[in-house]
Ligand binder design. Structure first.
Ligand code: ASP
Ligand code: MG
Length: 800
């Protein structure tokens, strides 16, 4: 024999009711079934509302009509005249008196279940089933506590057993949930959502083989799916575990509801009548033995804090607090004491906040007067997140990850049995915190929320790469790179869903023109975005100056933009401190040598204690190309330069390259990695622009002076020996602190001299490597490799 319980939503008019009738029909073909029903849809709420209206003298007639029209929508033949008459009479009485007792209210609410069961019996019979209406008030006996009566088990059990002693196997018994009666035969109710309890009681009284609890969800989840989209269904758990979840507010089943099942070891399934094919959640004595993991969040709570010198080391304070509260009927969920014992905080249900404050102020009025206790504060803007699991090793990871997202738990505590952990966070941060913790505990997909600045060569290429690799990265690394916004110097676009290839097009069409970075910050906080990274692929000084604000707003930064690393040393140091204090990351591998793993290598060598005494090389891919080509061919300098421009190898204005500034910046960045305290003006740069052309002029004007460039470089080339070539070389001497960029004559047989294409080369001289420097060589310019480098930085961020 099985007990099938259906909740209000599964009994709503239309498809839900239809599906429920089919589920009942199929189950009845397999075994004897008892069906326990709630009131249909929100009938109980509406009845409650009407009695309230009646008592307050409001006109409830319209509600009344709507209620009955709804109830008979599927069953025009069903005569509900008696029910209608009784409900009408009760409401009239309440309206007359202007008040009502809980006793009357229970009588009224009972009609929700009574009508529901009569309706379903009628429909089942219409379809040819044998079905019987069972008014549970004749069988379930309770005490007098209207609104939330205690069941008298033995008596009720006897009633059930004798009533169903010789029942017909083929009849579907349809039992009203939620209601019972006291020893005077007055109607009582078992508390809101009490039908679940009725179902487990019936199962235990009649020793059913199983309870099916049909709801509108697929089962119990590892977290609230409306908060965590990738929450998983818990397929199998033990009664004990289900109880634990219930204690932490994962209310599908109240603890009281499970008790009757535990005694008789009757398993229960949580099933979805809107998705009957899903296996749902199965709860039995053993569970699957793996132990559950879940995260719950409770919002209707308040944090009570007491602080003051009078709490310092005094014995008995806690005792007094809890006696005062328990005398007021308030139970405490979580307690946490600061180690200094100067403060104590605890969590109670929000509805008790006022009462708690009163009780404590009374209890401690003396201490407050003497200022031994400064203040008793109550904060309702908090939520309790509980991590339910017996394995808490990951708590550290979850905790540091919260920290990285600027979420500082207000309070942390082991739960009473020590198995689980609860954190109190501000209500505003709850959602984000749950998502982050869930991601860590279930190894679910980690999400990086990315904002892109710049859609030039590198920006555009990166976007393409991100879009193309998204699926693969999710599969291989469990990492979801979610772009939520993009902007260039003119327009800003923010979207809660990733637009994939359409970002740039949509930015053009729908981007807003008036914006500031504050718009991005407010969007991040409004959408509760976690793990936010801003990617700067611009060459904007202004944007680099704003990095500290990004840090303060909880973003990590990945930049191909070099400016932040070349500002004055004071700024640079402060920014490094800010990064550290805010636990933020800043990656900029592409600042030097594009995608080549240079900065990271230097950092590691330096951190490992190897002394780097010199770095020398051809730092600029564009100038590498120009001089490699110019040295070996007979072409005039300007033709080579033009070729480089056309290939997109130079900066938009080639003078940025020729002036040596770009190489100078790179040298400066490397020097600072070695802890040299240097500024851009300390770099000795030999410019490749002839003196006569160094004055103010436009780029267009500059390129008309090709002859001057040609002759100037020709005169330099003439001086080369036979096996010599020209290379634009950067050199950093960390012993003397000299940084130099110059056009050098190099033997064509050396590493530098044999360079080709637009390759860069870096020779790193260290103590450990001795005479033979560590050489890093490869494509040092170009959008494709630079974007890849930025991409790698993003991936690197995902692992911190
Ligand atoms: N109809 C009652 C309520 O809404 C009982 C139940 O649905 O379980 O609380
Ligand atoms: Mg209900």
């Amino acid at each position: 024999m099985k007990v099938l319980k259906f909740g209000g939503k599964s009994l709503a008019n239309g498809a839900p009711l239809e599906s429920t009738l089919q589920i009942i029909g199929s189950a009845a073909r397999l075994s004897k079934i008892f069906v326990v029903l709630s009131a249909r849809a929100d009938a109980t709420d509406i009845l409650e509302k009407m009695i309230h209206m009646a008592a307050s003298g409001d006109d409830y007639q319209q509600e009344f009509d709507v209620f009955f029209n709804y109830q008979v929508a599927h069953t025009p033949q069903l005569n509900l005249a008696d029910e209608r008459y009784s409900i009408g009479r009760m409401l009239e009485g309440v309206a007359l008196l202007g008040e009502y007792s809980l006793k009357i209210k229970d009588q009224l609410l009972a009609y929700g279940e009574l009508i529901s069961c009569r309706t379903v019996v009628h429909l089942l019979q219409e379809r040819g089933h044998k079905a019987r209406f069972v008014d549970a008030r004749n069988l379930i006996k309770t005490d007098q506590k209207y609104g939330s009566a205690q069941v008298l088990h033995e008596l009720s059990r006897e009633n059930f057993q004798s009533f169903f002693a010789d029942n017909e196997p083929g009849t579907i018994e349809v039992v009203t949930g939620f209601i019972g009666s006291n020893l005077n035969n007055q109607t009582t109710t078992l508390g809101r959502n009490g039908s679940n309890y009725t179902a487990t009681l019936v199962a235990s009284f009649l020793e059913a083989s199983e309870v099916q609890n049909w709801t509108n969800v697929n089962g119990l989840y590892t977290a609230n799916p409306s908060i965590v989209p990738d929450a998983q269904i818990i397929r199998h758990l033990s009664f004990r575990e289900a109880n634990e979840l219930a204690n932490f507010g994962m209310h599908i089943l109240h603890a009281k509801t499970i008790l009757p099942l535990i005694e008789k070891k009757i398993p229960i399934r949580i099933l979805n009548s809107f998705n009957p094919g899903d296996p749902g959640t199965f709860i039995d004595e053993e569970g699957d033995g793996k132990g559950i993991k879940a995260i719950s969040a409770i919002q209707d709570v308040a944090l009570v804090s007491m602080e003051g010198r009078g709490l310092l080391g005094k014995v008995g304070i806690d005792g007094r607090i809890f006696s005062a509260l328990s005398a007021a009927g308030i139970s405490v969920r979580i307690i946490s004491q600061a180690s200094s014992e100067r403060g104590i905080g605890f969590i109670i249900d929000a509805e008790h906040a006022k009462l708690a404050s009163k009780a404590l102020n009374q209890e401690f009025y003396k201490e407050i007067e003497l200022q031994d206790i400064n203040d008793i504060t109550i904060n309702k803007e908090v939520a309790v997140i509980s991590i339910i699991s017996r394995n808490l090793q990951f708590l550290d990871i979850a905790y540091s990850s919260l920290n990285r997202n600027n979420i500082k738990p207000i309070l942390m505590a082991n739960t009473i049995n020590g198995d689980h952990i609860s954190l109190v966070v501000s209500k505003q941060q709850m959602r984000k915190a749950v998502i982050i913790i869930h991601g860590h505990i279930f190894g679910a997909t980690k999400r990086l929320n990315v904002f892109l600045f710049g859609k030039g060569n590198v920006g555009k290429t990166l976007l393409n790469q991100l879009v193309k690799s998204k699926v693969r990265i999710k599969e291989r690394r469990g990492l979801l790179i979610n772009i939520f916004g993009i902007c260039d110097s003119k327009k800003l676009l923010l979207r809660s869903h990733d637009l994939g290839e359409k970002w740039l097009e949509t930015l053009e069409k729908e981007g807003v023109t008036e914006y500031s970075i504050d718009d991005i910050f407010s969007y991040i906080s409004k959408q509760h975005l976690e793990n936010v990274v801003v990617v700067d692929n611009t060459a904007s000084v202004k944007l680099a100056e704003d990095y500290p604000r990004f840090i303060q707003n909880g973003c990590d930064i990945v930049a191909s933009n070099k400016h932040a690393n070349t500002f004055e040393m004071g700024w640079y140091n402060t920014f490094r401190e800010q990064l550290q204090n805010n636990h933020r990351q800043f990656y900029y591998e592409t600042n030097v040598g594009a995608g080549l793993p240079l900065i990271d290598t230097i950092k590691l060598l330096h951190a490992s204690g190897d002394f780097i005494y010199k770095i020398r090389g051809v730092f600029s891919g564009s100038l590498s190309y120009i001089f490699n080509k110019y040295s070996e061919s007979k072409l005039p300098f300007f033709s080579v330069l033009k070729e480089a421009i056309e290939k997109g190898l130079t900066e938009p204005d080639p003078r940025e390259d020729l002036s040596g500034k770009d190489v100078g910046r790179k040298l400066l960045i490397l020097a600072r990695e070695l802890d040299l305290s240097v500024n851009f003006r300390d770099v000795h740069i030999e410019s490749l622009i002839p003196k006569s052309l160094r004055k103010e002029m436009t780029k267009e004007e500059f390129v008309t002076h090709s002859e001057e460039l040609n002759t100037w470089f020709e005169s330099i080339k003439e001086k080369l020996d036979q096996h010599e070539v020209l290379r634009y070389v950067g050199e950093l001497d960390s012993v003397t602190g000299r940084l130099e960029v110059k056009l050098d004559r190099i033997s064509s047989k050396s590493d530098l001299g044999s360079l080709s294409g637009a390759d860069s080369i870096f020779e790193i001289y260290t103590e450990a490597y001795g005479e033979h420097p560590l050489v890093i060589r490869g494509a040092g310019a170009g959008a494709e490799v630079t974007a890849r480098g930025v991409f790698s930085d993003l991936l690197r961020l995902s692992t911190v």
